[in-house]
Design a protein around this ligand. Structure first.
Ligand code: ZN
Length: 240
């Protein structure tokens, strides 16, 4: 048995998600769980792939691997606006878009955004649209004001937070570190705003019961704990 397998079977993961097969059957699912089943299914499937494992810590690299064209724009870029306004159907430029043009998926984002944390959220959210295949399957709804659009927006947020901020890993870190430290770590290392982290935490238990995790999630959680420990060590050194 390798060390890795030992970590695997140890009880250290048991209180994140019980490792018996009936775990998900014991839950009484809420309307939310039902309504977003498809989003959770797509996020779970994505976590099984090699791309997730290699790049989930780096949203832009991951989107690049998914063959997205990443296009930054300045808030008042008139040329850019003229070029895209018919596709993104907008009167003024917002913070980010996922759009399809000539068979290519584009992630458009406002580059001169005042805080870097906003960009992180935009990449997570737009990444959710890409992984949910929204820009291909629901191209017209995505850029409309249709009611169905709201659901796609929620789905993108769900997929984004479960791909880039996996509940399993965050709960694993919280077994060793307090909430404020983990939040600060995500803020400093991953540019996740404190607000976004709080919201993400609110959905933690719901996400845990709806996601199906690949076995490698435990190894990723161990790696992340290691990174957090190193970061914490340096943080405390600096403060002395
Ligand atoms: Zn969106």
């Amino acid at each position: 048995m390798s060390d890795y397998e030992e970590v695997w079977t140890s009880e250290s993961f048991e209180d994140i998600i019980p490792m018996d097969n009936n775990y998900q059957e014991r839950y009484i699912y809420s309307d939310y769980d039902e309504e977003y089943r498809e989003a959770y299914r797509m996020a779970s499937e994505f976590l099984e792939g090699e791309i997730w494992r290699k790049y989930w810590r780096y949203p832009l690299f991951l989107l690049d691997q998914l063959r997205c064209e990443i296009c930054p724009y300045a808030k008042n870029d008139k040329k850019f606006f003229e070029d895209w306004k018919n596709i993104i159907k907008t009167e003024t430029l917002g913070e980010g878009y996922c759009a399809r043009r000539d068979g290519v998926t584009y992630i458009l984002y406002q580059q001169d955004n005042s805080c870097p944390e906003r960009k992180t959220y935009v990449f997570h959210h737009e990444g959710g649209h890409v992984i949910g295949v929204h820009s291909i399957l629901y191209k017209d709804i995505l850029l409309s004001n249709d009611k169905q659009k709201d659901k796609l927006e929620d789905e993108a947020t769900i997929i984004g937070r479960n791909v880039f901020l996996p509940a399993f890993i965050i709960k694993y870190l919280l077994k060793s570190f307090d909430y404020e430290t983990v939040k600060k770590y995500y803020n400093k290392v991953y540019h996740v705003s404190k607000q976004y982290f709080d919201v993400r935490f609110k959905h933690l238990e719901k996400d845990l019961r709806n996601m199906i995790y690949p076995e490698c999630i435990k190894e990723e959680a161990e790696k992340e704990l290691n990174d957090l420990e190193n970061w914490y060590f340096l943080e405390t050194l600096v403060s002395f």
